[in-house]
Structure formats: structure tokens, C-alpha cells
Design a protein around this ligand. Structure first.
Ligand code: 5GP
Length: 206
């Protein structure tokens, strides 16, 4: 029914398990594409340029802003992150639901520009579990982990702006819930305006 794909914004505290969740969703279902962001932060061990992120300099990032190549951008713990526009719009035109794994400021900007987007917030079952996962990941210093936990506390203030909350306790359940929420969003009347107009026309002429 939907001619175009939808934007799916996924936010959540650092360490909530968004990465694993996205990977599993893309493994299971074909209709999703994952947007690759640009960032000025350094790659973590194992991260590849063009796969997890496009790792760019401050100058390059500012250039992208100036040329309006980003759908949105924001600062997160001393670094810039942004969503390149071209790939996202092309994938949507091809009917794919495009997932943006971004933080809250960016998420709110997307909702302003694309009101039909669905905003999901992923969280762990409790705060202790969040800290445990961040430390267990072993990719950040204690200083960065603490900065990220402080940021989580700030972001927790804005969670009401999201459409749905996803508790990532058990990954299998969480993936299926996420898929279901997106499918339901596709069925919203406001996301099917072309189809509604068509039915109205047909009813007039019947
Ligand atoms: P990380 O450094 O852990 O990969 O990402 C830090 C935060 O930046 C995460 O909350 C992630 O969702 C967010 N982020 C990643 N890419 C983007 C983006 O393109 N735009 C915005 N606004 N946030 C992003």
C-alpha cells in the first residue's frame, strides 16, 4: 500500500544494545536499510570506514552541513554526528524502511521534517544493566563511560517524545517487537493518504 519506505528512528542509551538489535533485524527481514552516519569521532577497534560510520574530519563535516548534505546532525560527548541525505532518500524511494540509529536531538529534528517517521527508544531493563554492558563492551575508558552515563541521564528526560519504548532484555523478543511496531506504523491512516484518496475517488464513481 505504501509506495515509499518510512523513516525509522532508533535512539537509546549508549550500551542499550541498539547495534545488536539492528544487526538482527536486518538479518531477519529484507525490507530494511540502515543509514550510515558521518562522524568526527575516531573509529573503535574493528570499526571500518563506510561500514559503521563515515569517519570524517571536522572540516569535512562542516562542509557537509554547508552543502546541506545532512538530514540532521548533532553533538554527542564532544563529537559531531550526522545523517547523509542522499542514501536515505534513495532507499525510501525504492520502498525500503530506512533505520536511523541516532541520538535524541537528531531524532526530534527528523520528526519535525518527517512527521510520518516512527521514533523508537531502546533501553535496558534497568540502569545497573546499562553500566554493566558499557563496561563489558571494553571499548571505552572509564571517563568516557561515565560521560555516556551522564548523557543517558539527560536523554532520559526526553523519552516521552518517542512513539514507542523497546526494552532490550531478550534480543529475540525485542527484534520481533520492533518489526511489529514498524508494520503497525505503516498501517496508520495518516501514512496512507494516497490510498485513502484513491478509495474516495472509486466510491464516488461506483
Ligand atoms: P557512538 O559513538 O556510540 O557510535 O554513538 C554515539 C551516539 O551518537 C549514539 O547515541 C548514536 O545513536 C548517535 N548517532 C550516531 N549517528 C548519528 C547521526 O547521524 N546523528 C545523530 N544525531 N546522532 C547519531
Amino acid at each position: 500500500m505504501n509506495e515509499h519506505g518510512m523513516l525509522v528512528v532508533v535512539s537509546g542509551f549508549s550500551g542499550a544494545g541498539k547495534g545488536t538489535l539492528m544487526k538482527e533485524l536486518l538479518n531477519r527481514y529484507e525490507n530494511y536499510a540502515l543509514s550510515i552516519s558521518a562522524t568526527t569521532r575516531a573509529p573503535r577497534t574493528g570499526e571500518v570506514d563506510g561500514k559503521e560510520y563515515f569517519f570524517v574530519t571536522e572540516e569535512h563535516f562542516n562542509d557537509m552541513i554547508e552543502k546541506e548534505e545532512l538530514i540532521e546532525y548533532a553533538q554527542y560527548v564532544n563529537h559531531s554526528y550526522g545523517t547523509p541525505k542522499e542514501y536515505v532518500l534513495n532507499q525510501m524511494k525504492m520502498g525500503k524502511d530506512v533505520i536511523l540509529e541516532i541520538e535524541i536531538q537528531g531524532a526530534l529534528k527528523v520528526k519535525e521534517r518527517f512527521p510520518e517517521a516512527i521514533l523508537l527508544f531502546v533501553m535496558p531493563p534497568n540502569a545497573q544493566e546499562l553500566k554493566r554492558r558499557l563496561i563489558g563492551r571494553g571499548t571505552e575508558s572509564m571517563e568516557v563511560i561515565n560521560a555516556r552515563l551522564r548523557r543517558a541521564s539527560e536523554e532520559a528526560q526526553g523519552m516521552e517524545a518517542y512513539d514507542y519504548i523497546l526494552i532490550n532484555d531478550e534480543i529475540d523478543t525485542c527484534v520481533e517487537e520492533m518489526h511489529l511496531m514498524i508494520q503497525v506504523q505503516h498501517k496508520r491512516a495518516s501514512n496512507n493518504m494516497a490510498f485513502l484518496s484513491q478509495i474516495r475517488e472509486e466510491l464516488k464513481n461506483i
